[in-house]
Ligand binder design. Structure first.
Ligand code: UP5
Ligand code: MG
Length: 196
């Protein structure tokens, strides 16, 4: 696809900060395309004949970041498949990039991002939300052991990406401790401000 016709917004935040919830709302009210890197990886894991199934499963359970070439290829295909007939689109990329190598490769080789939406939340609240969700989600990483590892990876590996974009003045930060509707309102204001 032609990167000049595509607007990419990264959505970052700790595990359980509300990325998926907020992206779903933006799809409904703004007609944006929502691609969750985690969802794409889980789908690939379950795809019959995938050579990456076991690799993805073990990285996700351990809260580690799957090697970037796998995730970037999945995202690239998904963007391509979700663009309008003219090849243009506005895409929320949820839960990516969460490691510096992914950020640099995506921006330089796939499509430079417009900005990053960062959902700020506390570990205490995120843990509560994920444990609750784990009662029904069926996700292999919604248990205390995996959640702790995901938190650690987020702090050590993914926060540097947020800081990298912050230094470039490309981060919009929203407090996601607030109720879903309030968070959404703040995000909408930010998108308007960015002329989206
Ligand atoms: N909830 C949401 N917002 C709320 C609010 N404001 N008030 C009260 N409750 C709220 O929300 C989580 C729960 O909280 C839900 O029950 C929701 O109702 C409630 P959700 O919107 O699902 O949060 P989200 O941030 O999307 O949480 P998720 O668990 O999806 O975050 P992760 O970042 O951990 O998961 P992801 O799927 O992105 O990644 C999973 C794994 O995939 C990673 O750990 C990693 O191993 C792998 N991965 C890679 O390797 N590379 C990548 O690039 C991406 C993922
Ligand atoms: Mg999610």
């Amino acid at each position: 696809f032609d990167p000049a016709k595509v607007k990419v917004i990264f959505v970052l935040g700790g595990p359980g900060s509300g990325k998926g919830t907020q992206c779903a709302r933006l799809v409904e009210h703004w007609g944006l395309v929502h691609l969750s890197a985690g969802d794409l990886l889980r789908a690939e894991q379950n795809r019959e004949g995938s050579q990456y199934g076991e690799l993805i499963a073990s990285y996700i359970r351990e809260g580690q970041i799957v090697p970037q070439e796998v995730t970037i290829a999945l995202l690239q295909n998904a963007i391509q498949d979700n663009l309008g007939p003219s090849g243009s689109g506005r895409v929320l990329v949820d839960g990516f990039p969460r490691k510096m190598d992914q950020a640099q490769l995506f921006d330089s080789k796939v499509c430079p991002s417009q900005f990053t939406l960062f959902l700020q939340c506390t570990e205490e609240v995120m843990l509560q939300r994920l444990m609750k969700r784990g009662e029904t989600s069926g996700r292999a990483d919604d248990n205390v052991e995996s959640i702790k590892k995901r938190f650690q990876t987020f702090v050590e590996t993914s926060m540097p990406v947020v800081e990298y974009y912050r230094e470039q003045d490309k981060v919009v930060e929203v407090d996601s401790l607030k109720p879903v509707e309030e968070v959404e309102k703040k995000i909408q204001e930010a998108l308007r401000e960015k002329g989206l």
